[in-house]
Ligand binder design. Structure first.
Ligand code: GAP
Length: 514
C-alpha cells in the first residue's frame, strides 16, 4: 500500500471516484481548500458526527447539546480575543507575488531536513545493515543524523520563541538566515512579515458602515459560552456539566492544503465542560482519557494516535494537549483538549456587562466556572478514517481489490442486497429483503454486472456486508452473507439478517465500548 504523499493522492482520487469528496464547484475549476461531500462522504460524515454526539450527549447525564447560529454579535469576537489576536504571520515573495505563512516556510524547511537528509541516511544504513539494523539506535547515535536533528530543534525552538513574542522582524531574519527561497521563483526576495487576521467578515443588512460588520465564526465554542447561562438555568444544570455542539467554522487559512486536513470552511465538534475552579486538572485528565477511549473504540490502531502536550501555553490556558493521528503526512493534530480556565466566561462577562456566574448551592457562593474543552475537526476525523481504512490487496487468485476497511458502524452503506441473477424471481426476492431491512439500515440494491464486480464496488465504498440472493433462497429462505474484510461467506436465514447486521454495524457496538 502506498505511503506518505502517494497515499494522500490515492485517498484524494478514491474519494472523488467513489463519491466521498469532490472539489467544491468543480465545473468552475474548484475553489481552493473548499470541498463538497458526495453521497457516501455525507453518510460517513453523518455517522462520525452521530458517534461523537451520542457519546457526549446520550451517554452523559450532565452534557447537553445545542445548535447556535454561525453569525454572532461582533463583540463576541472582540471579547474572545479573535479580533486582535487570531492571526497568522504572512510573508510575500516579491518576484513570484506568492504569499506564504512564515511559520509554514520554516516548518517546510525542517521537514526537508527530515526527509532529504535524515531519511536518506536511515535508508542507506538500512540497506547496509539489513535485518540487524536498529533504527532507533542509529538515529540516536549517528553523528550526521544527530547534527541534522539538532539543527531542526534549534530552528523549531527559535521559531516558537519568535511567534510567542510576536517578533515579526525576527521571523523574517530567520527565514533569510536559513536561505529559504520561494518554491516558485527560487529567490529570497521577501517582504516584511505581517499579521493577517483569519476571520472572514461580511456585512449585516444593507448598510456598509463598520458597525454592521460581522464575522463567520472561526470556532463553534463561542456559541456555547454565550449560551452558558441560558442552558444552565433552563436545564437546571449542576456543576460539573457540559455543553456540546457540532457545526461549521470558517478560517481564511493562508496555507490551506493537504486535502480536507486544512480547509477554509470546516466542521468542528466541540464540548465545553464547566467545573469548579481548582478541580480543572482532574477533569482535564478525565477528558484526555475519555477522548482517547472514544478514538480507540474505533479499532483504527492505537499506534496511530499519540498525545502531544503543549509546553508553551496560550495565556488563558493552564494545560493543553493535542491528540495527534498518523495521517499520510505524518503525525498531525486531530483534536485539542484545553483547560481554558475562566478566560472566556470572564471576558464575555466584562464585554457584555451580564453576570455569567454559577451559584454553587454546596459552597453557597457564586463563581465563574473553569472550562475544559474538547475540540475535534469532523473533516480531520473523516480523513483519519479514510487514511487508516484504504487498502489495496492482492488476492490469492492473483487479482487485486481496493477496500475501505471503515469501522462497520461508521460505514456509509451497511449492507448491499445482490440478486445473483436478474431473473427467476431473484430480483423480487431481493427487493422483498431490502424492504424488510431498510427501516433499520442504510442499504443498497444492485443487480447490475457479475457478482464479483458488484462485491468490488461495495468493497471500494466500505460496505461491511453483502447479501446474495440465489435460487436456494427461493427454496429455504437463506442467503449468502459475505463479510468485507475477510471475504468469508456464510449461509444465514433471512430471518436472522436483522440481528446479525445489528450486532456488527449498529452504532451501539461502538458506544458500548466507552
Ligand atoms: N475552540 C478551540 C479550537 O477551535 P483549534 O485547535 O483551533 O481549537 C480545533 O481547532 C480542531 O478543529 C483542530 O484540532 C482540528 O481538528 C480542527 N481544525 C482547525 N482548523 C481547521 C481547518 N482549517 N480545517 C479543518 N479542520 C480544522
Amino acid at each position: 500500500m502506498a505511503t506518505g504523499d502517494d497515499l494522500l493522492k490515492r485517498i484524494i482520487s478514491h474519494s472523488k471516484e467513489y463519491g466521498f469528496v469532490f472539489p467544491s464547484s468543480e465545473i468552475y475549476d474548484g475553489l481552493s481548500a473548499t470541498y463538497d461531500y458526495g453521497q457516501y462522504g455525507a453518510e460517513l460524515k453523518k455517522n462520525i458526527r452521530e458517534y461523537w454526539w451520542k457519546s457526549m450527549v446520550q451517554l452523559n447525564d450532565n452534557i447537553v447539546g445545542i445548535d447556535a447560529a454561525i453569525f454572532m454579535h461582533p463583540t463576541t469576537w472582540k471579547a474572545s480575543g479573535h479580533v486582535d489576536a487570531f492571526n497568522d504571520p504572512l510573508i510575500d515573495n516579491k518576484d513570484s507575488k506568492k504569499r506564504y505563512r512564515a511559520d509554514v516556510l520554516l516548518e517546510d524547511y525542517m521537514e526537508k531536513i527530515r526527509i532529504q537528509k535524515i531519511q536518506k541516511e536511515v535508508t542507506k544504513a538500512e540497506s547496509r545493515f539489513g535485518e540487524n539494523f536498529d533504527k532507533e539506535m542509529f538515529v540516536k547515535t549517528n553523528p550526521r543524523v544527530v547534527g541534522y536533528q539538532e539543527k531542526i530543534d534549534e530552528v523549531s525552538s527559535k521559531m516558537r520563541d519568535l511567534l510567542a513574542s510576536d517578533n515579526l522582524g525576527g521571523l523574517k531574519k530567520l527565514i533569510e538566515e536559513l536561505g529559504i527561497v520561494c518554491p516558485i521563483s527560487g529567490t529570497s526576495n521577501w517582504t516584511d512579515v505581517r499579521q493577517f487576521n483569519l476571520m472572514f467578515s461580511t456585512e449585516l443588512g444593507s448598510t456598509t458602515d463598520d458597525a454592521s460588520k460581522i464575522y463567520l465564526r472561526p470556532e463553534t465554542c463561542q456559541g456555547i459560552f454565550v449560551n452558558f447561562l441560558n442552558v444552565q438555568k433552563t436545564g437546571r444544570m449542576k456543576i460539573p456539566f457540559g455543553i456540546a455542539q457540532t457545526g461549521k467554522a470558517f478560517r481564511n487559512e493562508i496555507v490551506a492544503r493537504q486535502f480536507i486536513f486544512r480547509m477554509r470552511e470546516f466542521e468542528q465538534m466541540e464540548m465545553q465542560f464547566f467545573v469548579k475552579p481548582g478541580e480543572e486538572m482532574a477533569w482535564y485528565e478525565y477528558w484526555k482519557e475519555s477522548r482517547m477511549k472514544w478514538h480507540n473504540a474505533l479499532g483504527m490502531g492505537e499506534e496511530n494516535y499519540r498525545i502531544h502536550d503543549h509546553i508553551k501555553l496560550a495565556h488563558y490556558a493552564n494545560a493543553a494537549c493535542d491528540i495527534e493521528f498518523d495521517f499520510p503526512m505524518g503525525f498531525k493534530e486531530l483534536e485539542g483538549i484545553h483547560s481554558r480556565t475562566d478566560f472566556d466566561l470572564k471576558s464575555h462577562e466584562e464585554a457584555s456587562g451580564k453576570k455569567l456566574q454559577y451559584f454553587d448551592p454546596v459552597e453557597n457562593k457564586n463563581y465563574i466556572p473553569y472550562v475544559i474543552e474538547t475540540s475535534i475537526g469532523l473533516d480531520r476525523m473523516f480523513l483519519a478514517v479514510l487514511s487508516s481504512s484504504l487498502c489495496e490487496e492482492k488476492l490469492e487468485d492473483g487479482s487485486e481489490r481496493t477496500v475501505l476497511r471503515i469501522p462497520a458502524p461508521l460505514a456509509p452503506v451497511k449492507c448491499a442486497i445482490l440478486p445473483l441473477l436478474k431473473k427467476d424471481g431473484l430480483p423480487e426476492k431481493g427487493t422483498e429483503i431490502l424492504n424488510e431491512l431498510r427501516y433499520d439500515f442504510n442499504l443498497q440494491y444492485d443487480e447490475k454486472d457479475a457478482i464479483g464486480k458488484r462485491y468490488r464496488r461495495q468493497d471500494a465504498i466500505g460496505t461491511p456486508y453483502c447479501v446474495t440472493v440465489d435460487h436456494q433462497t427461493l427454496e429455504d429462505n437463506t442467503v449468502t452473507l459475505r463479510e468485507r474484510d475477510s471475504m468469508t461467506q456464510i449461509r444465514v436465514s433471512v430471518s436472522e439478517l436483522k440481528s446479525t447486521l445489528n450486532a456488527k454495524t449498529n452504532m451501539n457496538v461502538l458506544l458500548a465500548k466507552l
